[in-house]
Ligand binder design. Structure first.
Ligand code: MRU
Length: 356
């Protein structure tokens, strides 16, 4: 195994050997400590998502699938109606952990539908089906990420510079990642690019996770502060922008980590192609435009205190901490999905590609 392959095969989400717990890499501890955490209680599963121990839109969906399985094992001896009521309750509760990434709702909805359609089976058999479905969601994500990485790599040439924001690598997905996948796949195949990783204030996913994954994989990565994206573009060091997405609306507007829309505006100014990479589980055809996407607001403490030895702002200063922003589809060059690269007009071409 070379370094890139090793990074892609780290198990960020799995079931414990006895199947009773979900095991995750606690992403809040990286890059300083590689800590695995086991969860099997509803509240702990909710917290794992809310506190970003598990994060990244596809990873949240995969985790939710396994979490519902582990939780449902505990009440598999209830009669069907009570079982279903409890299952739906747990799914709805997990849905309240974070509002923006559609993959969470997509996964819990898929699980709820499976339980609703299995009414005639004994409950333990339904729980077994839930387990298989969770594994299927995981495998599908691995497959989709590989295809996305292939399409992304087809756009890259040896020696090119790619800027990315936040983390859309293996930790945020399953194996290859979406926006980071092309660079990891390229590394495996001897195609080398230079990556600029925005640190991604305030939670530093770019610094803590993206530069960690790429450095470990042996990819040429340079960490920059978010406000340095303009200078590296102006210097002519960036040929493409590749980043992930948390929800793509039917018209191509998409939510991604706060700061993404600023990067898109810069890329437009400097004439740099700007791509969002995401699996079909991130496309929300029920959401007509970006205006309808709920943006998560997080604790001001993440800006004022979190990373510092002492507070960096007065305790009573007003603070606005949106976790995501919406990038207008007009700023996008293309959306890279597992089915191909979608170009404008996005509304029409997304529908065509996904038969909607
Ligand atoms: O708040 P986070 O860290 O969960 O935000 C993650 C992102 O914005 C990612 O870019 C997105 O989920 C895509 S991951 C393939």
């Amino acid at each position: 195994m070379n370094n890139a392959t090793e990074v892609m095969h780290a198990k960020n989400i799995s079931l414990s050997e006895d199947l009773s717990k979900v095991v995750i890499i606690d992403q809040t501890q990286l890059p300083n400590r590689l800590v695995y955490v086991e969860v099997d209680e509803l509240e702990d599963c909710w917290k794992a998502i809310h506190t970003l121990q598990v994060r990244g839109a596809p990873a949240i969906g995969i985790f939710a699938g396994y979490a519902l399985y582990v939780l449902s094992r505990k009440y598999q001896y209830l009669p069907y109606d009570s079982f279903k009521e409890r299952f739906d309750h747990d799914a709805e509760y997990l849905n309240t952990s974070r509002p923006t990434a559609v993959n969470l709702f997509w996964a819990t909805d898929r699980m709820k539908k499976l339980v609703a359609a299995s009414k005639d089976l004994p409950v333990p058999a339904i729980v077994e089906k839930v387990c298989q479905e969770a594994k299927k969601i995981h495998q599908e994500d691995i497959d989709m990420c590989l295809k996305i990485s292939e399409y992304g790599l087809s756009l890259l040439k040896e020696g090119e510079g790619v800027l990315t924001h936040c983390n859309a690598g293996p930790l945020a997905t399953s194996r290859y990642g979406t926006a980071i996948g092309p660079m990891l796949l390229g590394k495996e195949r001897g195609i080398n690019v230079r990556v600029y990783s925005d640190e991604t204030r305030p939670l530093l996913q770019g610094a803590r996770l993206t530069s960690y994954e790429l450095q470990k994989a042996g990819v040429d990565v340079t960490l920059i502060c978010d406000n340095m994206a303009s200078i590296v573009m102006k210097n002519g060091w960036v040929d493409k922008v590749f980043l992930g997405c948390d929800r793509i609306a039917a018209n191509g507007d998409f939510a991604n980590k706060i700061g993404t829309s600023g990067v898109a505006i810069l890329a437009k100014y400097y004439g740099i192609p700007f791509y969002s990479l995401g699996p079909s589980s991130t496309i929300d055809f029920n959401c007509p435009t970006g205006k309808e996407i709920e943006i998560e607001l997080r604790d001001p403490d993440e800006i004022k205190n979190k990373w510092y030895a002492e507070p960096m702002a007065l305790p009573d200063v007003k603070c606005y901490n949106p976790a995501f922003d919406v990038t207008d589809h007009e700023l996008l060059t293309g959306i890279i999905t597992e089915k191909g690269i979608v170009y404008p007009p996005f509304e029409e071409n997304l529908k065509k590609l996904f038969n909607k």
